[in-house]
Write a protein that binds this ligand. Structure first.
Ligand SMILES: Cc1cc2nc3c(=O)[nH]c(=O)nc-3n(C[C@H](O)[C@H](O)[C@H](O)COP(=O)(O)OP(=O)(O)OC[C@H]3O[C@@H](n4cnc5c(N)ncnc54)[C@H](O)[C@@H]3O)c2cc1C
Length: 398
């Protein structure tokens, strides 16, 4: 593959980087001190600005109102957006909406697209994705208790989900529920169903407090329940029994988005770390950066970020050229590798900032709390390692 960045993407990347530094970095202190909702209003204004500049929803096709970038092109932009906690949200390519847009674009009927995709793309509503359940191991998504039973021309849904990110304030959820429990193929038992949040029987039970943060609005991770929730059969997304396959299709490109966002975080934390090493004097004329242990961390972080980026770009290139299925191994490799690099870079940056690293005067502590989850969501490290090792060992007759 060609690793060079096309000149039009380089220019776009540069322009977006400048915008983020000038317009979004100054808003971070307010959010770090008072939570996401403190900046909600000003972020809406920034979203309008981004629309006017033609940068809106960069991952979506132009005819739908996006910027029409390929996955590989978007990867370069996603990295720059990741350098601010606001980047993806302001550009309308944030999880879980971005994944839902992709799934609706690929699998929804024209009526479903009009009702759900269009307002989502326009930034008028938010959405969420409810798959994980408190009582079942999320790392094995074929094991699920939530049921959707046909009754006349409706599905009746019963069950409980949690870690439904951004559920608080969302207009609808895509829920994964069992529709064919007897199917011999466990991968064909579940379906994806669209559920407006104001449907009777649907309840947001609580916003789960995560890593010391209560979480609200877009920053929420909610526990939600479905108690005889009735929706028309037309709310089925894709085919019945295709839920697992569609969720996997959603997760492939989604992992590229996450990994490039994480690399953006790495670059910002790395820059802050180097700045601190150059400025913080330990003794007269001897800044922190003169110490070999700090130098070793700088070099180690640099090499791991660079290596991780090449791996992610290669995976994105393979998805663009050969499809998500062909790139399964690469996707698993980057998911656990880049999540690990992120933890290391954030830990080094926090450590070298000393007490300042523990404060919310820089975004490092915020990311240190938030991004610990990177090793868990979208498949824990252990599952991805198992997937890769099994595929490799098959070549050895195992
Ligand atoms: C911040 C955050 C946001 C999330 N957002 C969403 C969302 O929007 N929608 C949604 O549906 N879900 C969401 N999730 C849930 C996430 O997808 C699950 O947490 C994940 O799939 C793991 O499931 P689990 O938590 O039930 O862990 P479990 O399945 O109980 O696994 C626990 C641990 O066991 C180990 N383990 C698991 N399987 C294996 C194995 N095969 N071999 C060895 N060890 C293993 C791993 O260390 C794993 O971390 C989110 C989670 C977090 C933390």
């Amino acid at each position: 593959m060609d690793f060079s960045i096309p000149s039009h993407i380089q220019e776009l990347r540069q322009a977006i980087h400048e915008y983020i530094q000038e317009e979004l970095y100054p808003l971070e202190a307010e959010m770090l001190a008072h939570g996401w909702s403190a900046t909600e209003e000003v972020l809406q204004a920034k979203r309008e600005e981004v629309k006017e500049r033609g940068w809106w929803a960069p991952q979506m096709p132009k005819d739908l109102g996006g910027a029409g970038l390929s996955l590989l092109e978007f990867s370069h932009i996603s990295e720059v957006l990741g350098q601010s906690p606001f980047g993806h949200y302001v550009f309308n390519c944030q999880a879980p909406d971005a994944g839902n847009m992709e799934i609706l674009h690929e699998f929804a009927t024209p009526e479903q697209q009009e009702m759900y995709l269009e307002p989502l793309l326009a930034g008028e509503i938010r959405s969420c994705f409810a798959m994980t359940e408190p009582m079942n191991a999320g790392s094995n998504p074929t094991k699920m208790s939530t049921m959707a039973v046909k009754d006349g021309d409706e599905y009746v849904i019963n069950g409980r989900k949690w870690f439904t990110t951004a559920a608080d304030g969302a207009a609808f959820t895509i829920v994964m529920a069992i529709t064919d429990p007897e199917n011999e193929n466990k991968y064909q038992r579940a379906s994806l169903i669209l559920v407006p949040m104001d449907t009777p029987g649907f309840q947001l039970v609580r916003n789960i407090s995560v890593m010391g943060e209560p979480g609200e609005g877009y920053a929420s991770h909610a526990e939600v329940s479905f108690d005889n929730v009735r929706v028309p059969l037309e709310n089925l997304l894709g085919g019945e029994g295709a839920g697992f396959a569609m969720a996997q299709a959603r997760l492939g490109p989604g992992r590229i988005h996450h990994c490039m966002r994480w690399l953006g975080i790495c670059e910002r934390a790395f820059a802050l770390m180097c700045q601190r090493c150059a400025e913080r004097e330990l003794s007269e004329g001897k800044p922190l950066g003169t110490r070999q242990i700090a130098q070793a961390w700088i070099a180690e972080c640099r090499v791991e970020i660079n290596a991780a980026r090449l791996m992610v770009l290669q995976a994105a290139w393979k998805i663009d050229n050969e499809g998500t299925y062909a790139a399964r191994e690469e996707i698993s490799l980057i998911k656990f590798y880049v999540a690990g690099v992120l933890q290391k870079v954030l830990d080094c940056a926090l450590q070298l900032h000393g007490a300042l690293g523990m404060t919310d005067d820089t975004p490092i502590a915020y990311w240190y709390r938030h991004e610990r989850a990177a090793r868990i969501y979208d498949g824990p490290d252990e599952v991805h390692k198992m997937v890769v090792a099994k595929r490799i060992l098959r070549n050895y007759g195992m």
